[in-house]
Ligand binder design. Structure first.
Ligand code: GLT
Ligand code: MN
Ligand code: MN
Length: 401
């Protein structure tokens, strides 16, 4: 039987807001007690997680006195030291407090924008206290319901101003953060600016220092927009911008469900894990999800175990896919001739291409029997990405077909 035990080298991380989620939703009160940050850390360490991430306010409540802040920091340090859990990422909560009701970095009010930037500076100091290397920006309130309220170019300008200011400041402080921008199409705003991974990638290139700014794409967010998350992540990787990733579960066309990783769309999850593992992704695998509202405190830890276990199962399946001679034979047949006939531009190359004759009929008629390939291969039908079968009956059943 395979070993699906999570270990720190797998780089699994959780947010304090994920395992600490008390089950509140817009229609209902919490269904379980909030967990103390230090207790979350000890528990995550015992389960084999690598790290824990937080928003400024998850750790030090908004408006806490400086003595309270010091006490919390001390207690959190001891929990991290005892458990060996790291803090690879930190972020700012620019969405809960009513002052951000019409945006933080993109509020029309310059004082609110300045307050948001100041809050992010304090959040960065707090993250550095624990050695965080990545700083995430999720602009939950950076959006609108009333487009008559401003010139749509202004929020982009203000967002850029905030990021450029913060980046210059943190460089001067010697913090060495990499910024990871997290897109989402909507919720809590009717429309959120810079809605998808593609939008963010283009925006990054307009910043003063694009080199240390990348992406934190989330499965749920791009899936809400009906996009193929694997393709979004691949584009971020291609641009060298996959600094972080938020893994969870989501059905398209719904509110942000933040379900346990792998709860929905196992095919996409399989190809997502395969993409990350095959292409040397080495940053944290962060589960930005929470247990169902029906879960009690104990069940939350089963949820956390489940996220990590599902990832490891899919990783093993990706390995099986890569080692399966029949599947690899088909892929080879499809992609065998990889030599490009176009290549980098040259005058000779262009002349040669213009003179080339193509057998259009032969190229058109090349058989591509994807349907038969899927039926005949021993483990590349979609049912094979179903999680686990300890007794191997699933694999046997497919081989016997
Ligand atoms: C919030 C959001 C997440 C973001 C978090 C980071 S906050 O929970 O739903 O997707 O990653 O700010
Ligand atoms: Mn989400
Ligand atoms: Mn997220």
């Amino acid at each position: 039987m395979s070993d699906y035990t999570p270990r720190p080298e797998h780089k699994f991380t959780f947010g304090l807001w994920t395992v600490g989620n008390p089950g509140r939703d817009p229609f209902g009160e919490p269904t379980r007690e909030a967990v103390n940050p230090a207790d979350s850390v000890r528990k995550l360490g015992a389960l084999g997680a690598y790290g824990v991430n937080f928003h400024d306010d998850d750790l030090v409540p908004f408006g806490a006195s400086s003595q309270e802040r010091e006490r919390i920091i001390k207690e959190f340090h001891s929990a991290l030291d005892e458990s060996g859990v790291k803090v690879p990422m930190a972020t700012t909560n620019l969405f809960t407090q009513p002052i951000f009701k019409d945006g933080g970095f993109t509020s029309s009010d310059p004082k609110v924008r300045a307050f948001a930037v100041q809050k992010a500076m304090r959040g960065m100091e707090l993250g550095k206290e624990f050695g965080a290397e990545t700083y995430v920006f999720w602009g939950g309130r950076e959006g609108s319901e009333v487009d008559a309220s401003k010139n749509p170019l202004d929020p982009l300008k203000w967002f850029r101003e905030a990021l450029d200011f913060l980046n210059a400041w943190q460089m001067e402080q010697g913090f060495g953060y990499r910024f990871a921008l997290e897109p989402k199409p909507n919720e809590p705003r009717g429309d959120i600016y810079l809605a998808t991974t593609g939008n963010m990638l283009a925006f990054i290139e307009t910043l003063a220092h694009p080199e240390n700014v990348g992406l934190n794409p989330e499965f749920a967010h791009d899936t809400m927009a009906g996009l193929n998350f694997v393709h979004q992540v691949a584009q971020a990787m291609d641009a060298g911008k996959l600094f972080h990733i938020d893994l969870n579960g989501q059905k398209p066309g719904r509110f942000d469900q933040d379900l346990r990783f792998g709860q929905e769309d196992q095919k996409t999850n399989f190809f997502l894990v395969k993409l990350l593992e095959d292409n040397g992704y080495d940053n944290p695998r962060h589960f930005d999800a929470h247990a169902l509202r029906t879960s009690n405190a104990g069940d939350v830890w089963e949820f956390a175990k489940g996220c990590m276990r599902t990832y490891l199962i899919l990783k093993e399946k990706a390995q099986r896919f890569n080692e399966d001679a029949e599947i690899q034979g088909i892929i080879q047949e499809l992609n065998g001739d990889t030599q490009s006939l176009v290549g980098a531009y040259s005058k000779e190359g262009a002349d040669k291409l213009m003179a080339q004759k193509f057998d259009v009929a032969a190229l058109t008629n090349r058989p591509l029997p994807y349907e038969s390939w899927i039926n005949s291969s021993s483990s590349c039908c979609w049912a094979c990405v179903r999680p686990v079968n300890h007794r191997g009956t699933e694999a046997r059943r497919h081989r016997e077909r």
